[in-house]
Design a protein around this ligand. Structure first.
Ligand SMILES: [Zn+2]
Ligand SMILES: [Zn+2]
Length: 315
């Protein structure tokens, strides 16, 4: 962008790029040429124009900056998970809210409820956060007690949210260099966060039974409800040949549900787990293995027809 223009953009963040008018010939690309050709009168006119709507422009600038950062650090936007019938009917505020990043839960949320039934065999006070562990419980990753640094040192920016056709959105492993190893077998990838709810609180598929691995018989102590508030780990799809598992562990002084690599995972691989054998009805699974199998079956079914046609041609 022309230096004069940058100098003139006092008070606006670099995300201002997204509000620079586009050319009618090439409406989806910001023309560098257009910026270079802007003389002082055009710049002044442009600034006067955006000054009239400073709050809106500042919001757009922030969105522009986020979009720039998105190329390095993956980000999920509100509009990706909402069903929107028509953008024409949205107000300016609604459009801006759709362009906000989804705010992730950094840690599980426990809100005490009086009607939360007491866990059978629970020896602690009640009600209490069912993921709390006695202070002398060692971390499953480093074997230290208390708040070790394991949770904060989990990998960052090694995934992308992408669309996998019929399977919807999913998570792709992303290496710093093309084709590289992203996660080694046994490596912890992230924590699945959500709202802690009583047992059997929801029958939704986004409610995960939370087991306590440190208690005898590993009882299910609550549900982790990930439909409303969670983090990117909730988007990991099912596969009949998964490369990762969700496992309950004690990490950094609390029981947590962790995503762990069950084999080496390379750049571009979809991160997948098994949702369990009862999750899909017969033939409903859209994972890579099942899709490949149904394509093979289709080809086999079509073969006799192809064979008959070729015979007719030879006759
Ligand atoms: Zn640790
Ligand atoms: Zn499958």
């Amino acid at each position: 962008m022309d230096f004069t223009l940058i100098k003139s953009l006092k008070g606006f963040s670099p995300g201002l790029l997204c509000v620079i008018p586009l050319t009618s010939k090439d409406p989806y690309r910001i023309s560098q040429d257009l910026c270079h050709k802007m003389g002082e009168p055009s710049i002044d006119a442009f600034l006067a124009l955006i000054e009239q709507q400073r709050p809106l422009v500042e919001s757009l600038c922030k969105i522009g900056t986020r979009i720039q950062h998105m190329f390095l650090n993956d980000m999920e936007f509100e509009f990706e998970s909402r069903r929107i019938s028509s953008l024409d009917k949205c107000t300016e505020e609604q459009l801006l809210s759709l362009l906000q990043p989804v705010s992730y839960l950094e840690t599980n949320v426990y809100e005490p409820q009086d009607d939360w039934p007491q866990q059978t065999g629970w020896e602690e006070d009640w009600p209490v956060d069912p993921t709390l562990v006695p202070p002398d419980t060692p971390c499953d990753l480093c074997h230290a007690t208390g708040d070790c640094g394991c949770l904060s040192s989990l990998p960052k920016n090694r995934h992308h949210i992408i669309c996998y056709g019929g399977r919807g959105r999913g998570i792709q492993a992303h290496a710093t260099y093309r084709g590289g190893l992203v996660f080694s077998k046994g490596e912890y990838i992230g924590e699945l966060t959500g709202e802690l709810k009583p047992l059997n609180w929801s029958r939704d598929c986004m409610a995960v039974d939370f087991r306590r691995p440190d208690i005898y018989d590993e009882p299910v102590v609550c549900q982790l409800y990930c439909k409303e508030r969670s983090n990117w780990v909730r988007l990991v799809n099912h596969s009949c040949e998964p490369c990762a598992v969700l496992i309950a562990n004690i990490v950094s002084g609390k029981a947590r549900i962790m995503l762990r690599a069950s084999r080496d995972i390379w750049d571009g691989t979809e991160l997948t787990i098994s949702y369990g054998s009862g999750f899909f009805k017969r033939d409903d699974c859209l994972c890579e293995r099942c899709e490949a199998r149904s394509k093979r079956a289709e080809t086999t079914l079509r073969m006799p027809e192809v064979y008959r046609q070729s015979l007719r041609l030879r006759e």
